[in-house]
Write a protein that binds this ligand. Structure first.
Ligand code: ADP
Ligand code: MG
Length: 405
């Protein structure tokens, strides 16, 4: 372990009173925008496993080794052992030190949502949380995983099925609880390629569905929406050239939290009433990344750039329809944005250097397996969130159904 990391861990142990009584820090495993994460050993772990029956001391479980008489079966094996094994916490944990600059509301939100999601498939459970002065730490079971950059290029389509089955199982559980994760991306889905299992982490930006900032016309009945769009000023005059002077309209405000390159079009268009479908789009971006073997796939510096990148693929025609859906106008005079855009198949062939002609003079195509993956991708990266596949439906899609068994 690097000296600077050792210094950092020592400083944390000094400032967070009492933590060394319970945990031995092993390494620093993550440094994000909102937190530092350490791998640690739970020093009370042995007590549960070897000596004690926890039944009656449930409430003290985390701080002191509970005292109870030891029982053994005929083989001299501790009966309590078996029960404790099932009840004990994990030996290795991830301690997430949430930066003190995060607002208390935000920290509470993260812990509360994790608590609501306990027991959900493929969601990393919260073991406990502590506070010392203004510092809050969350304790999660340590989940062994491999850095996405190290494996995504080698993924076969069957590997993708298993990966996405796990990710969509997590999304289905989160969405069933009416929670939007808001930050689906490879670093927040810890995947173990050897066990072929993944867990979703980082609910720092998550929110409950329905915490809308304002109503959006995309939620209107389609007929009503068509009428409103048809009668709008923009539809009658066409898009304005230049910016209106002394614009009296309220500026559009919406939650835009998330990571550049993974934001759904409705987030970029500042739709104020976003749904769980924004997570599906982000999961689609991960699939596109793997199929195209490029990470990051989108390189946008800001939301406008991100719109340009999406528009290059989808084409101006579909972007205009998408913008209208949320009561805004899409207008672009950038030469790379064509009217019709490109198919995902073309993009994947290009980015994997298969765009030339084959020996027999015919165009290269994707394998049947890849084509199936692309059909699934199209359902995830549907511009209209209403039409986009849900996590529940995704699990039944031909691409995922039956995989990983
Ligand atoms: P942030 O809000 O700072 O992004 P995360 O919860 O995403 O915090 O954690 C940051 C990183 O720490 C993750 O990308 C991952 O590498 C590591 N990490 C987080 N939780 C765990 C865990 N339970 N097991 C192993 N590593 C973890
Ligand atoms: Mg994260």
């Amino acid at each position: 372990v690097d000296q600077s990391v050792l210094d950092d861990m020592e400083k944390f142990e000094e400032t967070f009173k009492g933590i060394t009584k319970r945990f031995r820090l092993i390494n620093r495993i993550g440094e994000g925008t909102f937190s530092t994460v350490y791998k640690a050993e739970d020093l009370l772990y042995d007590h549960y496993v070897n000596e004690w029956d926890l039944e009656e001391k449930e409430d003290q479980k985390w701080f002191s080794p509970p005292v109870k008489r030891r029982r053994t079966d005929d083989a001299g094996y501790s009966v309590a052992n078996e029960r404790a094994r099932r009840r004990r916490g994990p030996r290795y944990v991830a301690i997430k030190k949430i930066y003190v600059t995060s607002s208390p509301m935000r920290i509470q939100n993260e812990l509360e949502l994790l608590h609501d999601l306990r027991g959900c498939e493929s969601v990393c459970p919260l073991i406990t949380a502590f506070r010392h002065q203004d510092q809050v730490v969350a304790v999660l079971p340590y989940f062994r995983h491999v850095d996405f950059r190290e494996y995504f290029r080698d993924f076969t389509v069957p590997d993708m099925r298993v990966y996405f089955r796990s990710l969509f199982a997590a999304l289905a559980a989160v969405h069933e609880h009416e929670i939007l994760h808001r930050d689906i991306k490879p670093t927040n889905f810890l995947y173990d390629i050897y066990r072929e299992r993944g867990v979703l982490v980082d609910f720092g930006l998550a929110e409950r569905e329905g915490t809308d900032w304002a109503p959006c016309i995309c939620q209107d009945h389609p007929q009503e929406r068509r009428e409103r769009i048809a009668s709008s000023v923009a539809a009658q005059q066409g898009a304005a050239t230049g910016y209106p002077k002394n614009d009296q309209r309220n500026s559009r405000r919406a939650n835009r939290a998330g990571t550049r390159g993974f934001r759904a079009p409705e987030v970029l268009l500042k739709c104020p009433s976003q749904t769980t479908k924004i997570d599906i789009w982000s999961a689609g971006v991960i699939l596109l990344t793997i199929l195209a073997r490029r990470f990051p796939f989108f390189h946008s510096a800001d939301d406008i750039d991100a719109m340009i990148e999406i528009a290059t693929i989808f084409g101006a025609k579909r972007m205009r329809a998408c913008a209208l859906l949320h009561g805004t106008v899409f207008e672009a005079n950038i030469p790379t944005i064509g009217e019709r855009g490109f198919s995902f198949e073309k993009i994947i062939l290009w980015s994997t250097s298969r765009s030339g002609k084959r020996e027999d003079g015919r165009e290269e195509t994707l394998s049947a397996d890849e084509q199936q993956a692309v059909r699934f991708l199209q359902r995830c990266m549907e511009l209209d969130p209403e039409k986009r596949i849900s996590a529940e439906e995704a699990l039944r899609h031909e691409f995922l159904a039956g995989a990983g068994e």
